[in-house]
Write a protein that binds this ligand. Structure first.
Ligand SMILES: [Zn+2]
Length: 418
């Protein structure tokens, strides 16, 4: 196999074709592995999965893409986002748009999230998700759905519509679990509400991740929730009591931090969570408990504008990418995409690129119970990959070994290779 010196902008076309090896695809770049970067590496893909990795002279393949001196990282997985670009979790069409937009931001798996809804609203969300899942693999994988609520402590509603909050209700929750059997992956709740212990146990039995969030639970209530099966924290540090402003409320975020059973979502926009808080979480919890998320809203990845939430309220995307309600300025989400978060970790917060990729891909895959096939560059794993330039901006995205997006096509480049 001969390779030509393929430039980064020209990589939308395979550098070589070798019909002797049908069905194989070779990707070249600096490989972002769990604990190291493999220089001048290659990934051989067969049947949508990573068959082999190595460095130096690569094996022959049917087609080859060369991203050197760029990186190849595991595709990013966002398990908490309400919208992206012109899509949101409020309809099947919106979820489809999110899936189609995600690869432009290096994201290969998403868990669309709905907050503050009526019982009927949540059922429709699960139905919309199922309808979209049946359309098969297009764009990013639909890895599940996240219900952020409705069993939320009104004291900690923050940006949520208070009228949509209610304590656990076995009849409503059974119906939700029934409809969500295939796709419901995460439910966020306040464990201090009556009935939450039973609900957490039921979620656990149904393989749904019970996430603690929007909570002012005491240390004892957090311990009880963890014993019942809670394993995750919804946007850590946000929608928890603030020590300075609410000293009369429990220090719930600290109790979550000190519970090794809990993985911790962090909104990586440096607006919701400060660099100091991320450093604290890293020091106290360790990298393997950190899960990068965006809490992204419709408009994320578009650069600004005014948009409407699924419940009708209007928000504006500010200069730092923060989404605030027009009516009162309350922060309701971010305009971040996960590759921006990866970049913040690796360029501004002292994480190595391998560590940042664990936070934005490996750990979220583990939260979803998919650690044996997603979130890592290792043989046998799905070939869900993002090629990044040296500034960590996406060049191309692969899902199941298929090229689903490339920057070169977007910028209208006519460069070709081979
Ligand atoms: Zn959210």
């Amino acid at each position: 196999m001969s390779t030509t010196g393929c430039s980064i902008t020209g990589t939308h076309d395979p550098t070589t074709r070798d019909p002797e090896h049908p069905g194989t695809c070779l990707l070249r770049g600096w490989l972002v592995l769990e604990n190291s970067i493999l220089e001048d590496g290659w990934i051989l893909v067969r049947n949508g999965r990573i068959a082999e990795i190595g460095s130096g002279p690569p094996p022959p393949a049917d087609v080859a893409f060369d991203y050197r001196p760029g990186y190849l990282a595991p595709g990013l997985i966002d398990i908490h986002l309400h919208g992206m670009e012109d899509g949101d979790a409020g309809s099947a069409e919106g979820i489809r748009r999110m899936r189609e937009a995600a690869p432009r931001h290096g994201v290969t798996g998403i868990v669309p999230t709905l907050a503050s809804a009526s019982p009927a609203g949540f059922l429709r969300f699960l139905q919309d998700g199922s309808a979209e899942a049946q359309r098969g693999l297009r764009g990013a994988r639909l890895l599940g759905l996240h219900c952020e609520g409705p069993h939320i402590n009104p004291v900690m509603a923050r940006g949520m519509d208070p009228q949509c909050l209610r304590p656990p209700d076995p009849a409503e929750d059974d119906e939700l679990l029934e409809h969500g059997r295939e796709l419901l992956a995460i439910m966020t709740l306040s464990p201090e509400l009556p009935g939450s212990e039973e609900l957490i146990r039921e979620l656990r039995q149904n393989r749904v991740v019970a996430a603690i969030g929007h909570s002012a639970a005491t240390r004892e209530q957090i311990r009880t929730a963890v014993r019942s099966g809670a394993s995750h924290v919804c946007h850590m540090f946000n929608a928890f009591p603030k020590r300075e402003r609410e000293p009369h409320l429990p220090d719930t975020a600290s109790y979550c931090l000190e519970s090794p059973e809990l993985t911790l979502e962090l909104i990586l926009d440096l607006v919701h969570v400060s660099a100091d808080q991320i450093e604290l979480a890293r020091r106290e919890a360790g990298i393997d408990r950190l899960v990068g998320i965006t809490d992204g809203m419709r408009g994320a990845g578009l650069g600004g504008g005014t948009f409407r939430m699924t419940d009708g309220r209007v928000y504006r995307i500010g200069p730092r990418g923060d989404c605030r309600l027009v009516e009162n300025g309350v922060l309701v989400g971010s305009a971040l995409t996960l590759v921006d978060g990866l970049r913040n970790l690796a360029m501004h917060l002292g994480f190595t690129l391998s560590e940042a990729a664990r936070v934005c891909s490996t750990n979220p895959a583990r939260v979803l119970g998919l650690a044996d096939r997603l979130g890592k560059i290792a043989s046998g794993f799905e070939a869900d990959l993002v090629a990044l330039d040296r500034d960590l901006r996406p060049l191309a995205t692969f899902v199941g070994g298929q090229l689903v997006w490339t920057r070169a096509h977007e910028s209208g480049s006519t460069a070709s290779a081979a």
